[in-house]
Design a protein around this ligand. Structure first.
Ligand code: PRP
Ligand code: URA
Length: 209
């Protein structure tokens, strides 16, 4: 699939294995999600715009590239996406942060929006949407729809674990966006949970179960 990058870096795979372990507690889980976001972000942001600034070295004055950080918006899908924000901000501290609130109906698995706030001017920014889990793809696809409706153009989506079904849906609905995946898992089960997956990412990050 065009525009889909599956990470195969051993550091990311190692940390994902630790996340999967049901004995990994909330504190360690949060730290791992943040670290994986940073490692994936390193790849996802490799085309981030830079601007030349004047720097005085001990030898002479030169023009040298620096990240135009204010042009980046990180947009977590609430709640679980919040766990990935710090990892990205540790790479680009000046990035702006938007929020999209979506939850999956437990019966129908359809996403429902309850919040959306994006940093202006959204049309001029590189937008990195983050959510650890891409299961049916409903939440990811709807989040990207909202951002496009608000004027977002240059959109990337980054998750830690994807199911084939969700990846296919997101790519089909939004063939224009780049998608970064930490690991592509086997399948969804009858409750639309990813197998082998890591369980409910939001509950494990926030300790709500
Ligand atoms: C989870 C996850 C994604 C969504 C993925 O959120 O963080 O947003 O499910 O599933 P989908 O691809 O089938 O839409 P959830 O709805 O459980 O909300 P939460 O983050 O508040 O726990
Ligand atoms: N949301 C999660 O948190 N985990 C899954 O496996 C599927 C959706």
């Amino acid at each position: 699939m065009d525009n889909v990058i599956i990470m195969d870096h051993p550091l990311i795979q190692h940390k994902i294995s630790m996340l999967r372990d049901k004995n990994t507690g909330t504190n360690e889980f949060r730290t791992l999600v943040s670290e994986i976001a940073m490692l994936e972000g390193f790849e996802a942001l490799k085309d981030l715009p830079t601007e030349d600034v004047e720097i005085e070295t001990p030898i002479e004055t030169t023009m040298s590239p620096m990240i135009a950080g204010r042009k980046l918006a990180v947009v977590p899908i609430l709640r679980a996406g919040l766990g990935m924000v710090d990892g990205i901000l540790s790479l680009v501290p000046t990035a702006k942060v938007g929020h999209i609130g979506l939850y999956r109906d437990p019966e129908t698995h359809e996403p429902h929006e309850y919040y959306c706030k994006l940093p202006a001017p959204i049309e001029e920014r590189t937008i990195l949407v983050v959510d650890p889990m891409l299961a049916t793809g409903g939440s990811g696809s709807e989040a990207v729809d909202f951002i496009k409706q608000h004027g977002g153009v240059n959109i990337k989506f980054m998750c830690i674990i994807a199911a084939p079904e969700g990846l296919e849906r997101l790519h089909k609905d939004h063939p224009d966006i780049q998608i970064y995946v930490g690991h592509l898992d086997r399948e969804l089960n009858e409750n639309a949970y990813i197998c082998p997956g890591l369980g409910d990412a939001g509950d494990r990050i926030f300790g709500t179960k």
